[in-house]
Every structure is written in structure tokens, then in C-alpha cells.
Design a protein around this ligand. Structure first.
Ligand SMILES: C[S@@+](CC[C@H](N)C(=O)[O-])C[C@H]1O[C@@H](n2cnc3c(N)ncnc32)[C@H](O)[C@@H]1O
Length: 225
């Protein structure tokens, strides 16, 4: 995925949140706490779901697309949360220390996933949490868009959004790996898996909650969710 493509996608993507995406943002928000880093944040569509989330004390969105970051700045300005920030950077070049890391629908485009996962691991405090969600090898983009289109019948930007998503799902370099493969990569990067499933996007999204280091006592409760 070239940066030009993400820059072009940004204004098409930013105004649309389908109910499928909303379910993903909402679920991810429920696992996050403390200082949160959002890797490949796009226009910070997750941030509104964190704004009223008491356990979350701060948010840093990072994305290497200039257009995505500009729209992210606008999202955060409208949210009026001084402790929420966004910066233009590669995930693998961010520094800092965080209680939680999240990355939604970005992994499939990473050129060096092992490197990025190891870097996310290094950003977390011991026991810190990662929420990773990414489209998998079962994704049926046509079925998803067909269903979602019913929520957006009169929105003039829908066709562009749908076309772009079809193209993204067909990217030859897209890494739409199975849930098992993703879990294996997370373990190789040093994470313990709390919870992993494919219940969202009609089975086409791998959603994994993981922790840095051995699982905490609290994690056994989360695993049941
Ligand atoms: C489909 S968008 C998803 C945005 C957001 N996470 C969401 O779900 O609404 C993928 C984003 O990942 C970003 N991205 C991909 N690889 C990245 C990397 N290595 N470092 C920073 N950003 C990256 C892209 O620029 C793009 O904005």
C-alpha cells in the first residue's frame, strides 16, 4: 500500500462508519485503558468511542498518511479532549510508554508485520494490553458492502467508499491471513493471547486481545467475553 493510496482514501473513508466498523470500534474501546497508542489510526475514528471511556486517560493516534492525520486532527479538535493527540509517524518509529495499544484494519497492509508487532510490544508496560483487528482470509467484502449499503442509501459518497474497499480487499500484497496465523505471529512477538475470535464482519475480521508477558488474573475474565 503506497502512501498516495492512503492519502486518496482518507476523505472517502473518514465520513463513513458502517455498523460493522462501529461494532469493531466499540468492542476495541471496551478493552482499552490508561495511555493508549492507536497504530495506523487513520482519521481517529476510534477516538470518539474512547472519549467517554473512564479507564482511558490519554490517546495517541499515529499514522504515516498526511491526509489521514489532518482528518484525525479535525476529529480530535471536534471531540475537545486535550489529552487526545495524533501524530504523523510510522508505527514502528513511535516512542513512549503505554498501558494499551490498538491497531484496527491496518495490519493487512504492513510490509513487515513481525517488526511492527515487536515494536508495539516494546511500547507497552509489562502486563499492557494489545487489541489487534484485521480483515482475514474469510473476508467477503461484496456481502459486507451489500448489507452496509442499506444504511447509506442516500449518502452521495457511498459508491466511492464501496469501490475503494473492493480495491483494498483485492490488493495482491494484502496480508489477509487466518486467525491462527495472526495468533502465531503475536505469540512470536512476545504476546500472550487473552481472547481471539472472528465474530465480526460476518467472520471476516480477526479480533485478538493480547497482553505483554504472562496473562494477568484479570485476563481470565476477559477471555470469556
Ligand atoms: C484502513 S485504514 C484504518 C484506519 C483506522 N485504524 C480505522 O480502523 O478507522 C489503515 C491505516 O493504517 C495506516 N498505516 C498502515 N501501515 C502503517 C504504518 N506502518 N505506520 C503508520 N500507519 C500505517 C494507513 O496510513 C491507514 O491510514
Amino acid at each position: 500500500m503506497t502512501q498516495l493510496t492512503w492519502d486518496t482514501y482518507a476523505p472517502v473513508f473518514a465520513p463513513v462508519t458502517t455498523s460493522f466498523q462501529s461494532q469493531m470500534y466499540s468492542a476495541a474501546a471496551g478493552y482499552l485503558y490508561g495511555q493508549v497508542v492507536d497504530g495506523g489510526c487513520g482519521p481517529c475514528k476510534l477516538a470518539p468511542y474512547l472519549a467517554d471511556c473512564d479507564p482511558v486517560t490519554g490517546y495517541l493516534g499515529v499514522d504515516y498518511s498526511e491526509s489521514m492525520v489532518q482528518l484525525g486532527l479535525e476529529t480530535l479538535r471536534r471531540l475537545d479532549q486535550p489529552q487526545f493527540k495524533v501524530q504523523r509517524s510510522k508505527i514502528e518509529e513511535v516512542s513512549g510508554e503505554f498501558h494499551s495499544a490498538v491497531s484496527l484494519q491496518s495490519y493487512y497492509s504492513w510490509d513487515h508485520p513481525a517488526l511492527v508487532l515487536r515494536h508495539l510490544h516494546s511500547l507497552l508496560v509489562d502486563g499492557g494490553r494489545l487489541v489487534l483487528a484485521t480483515a482475514n482470509d474469510q473476508l467477503d467484502i461484496h456481502s459486507l458492502l451489500h448489507q452496509a449499503s442499506r444504511e447509506w442509501l442516500l449518502y452521495p459518497g457511498w459508491d466511492s467508499f464501496a469501490d475503494y474497499n473492493r480495491r483494498l480487499a483485492a490488493l495482491p500484497q494484502g496480508r489477509f491471513v487466518s486467525l491462527d496465523e495472526l495468533v502465531g505471529e503475536l505469540r512470536d512477538a512476545g504476546f500472550s493471547i487473552v481472547n481471539a475470535h472472528t465474530r465480526y464482519f460476518q467472520g471476516g475480521l480477526s479480533f485478538v486481545v493480547a497482553e505483554k508477558g504472562p496473562l494477568s488474573k484479570h485476563a481470565s475474565g476477559l477471555a470469556a467475553i
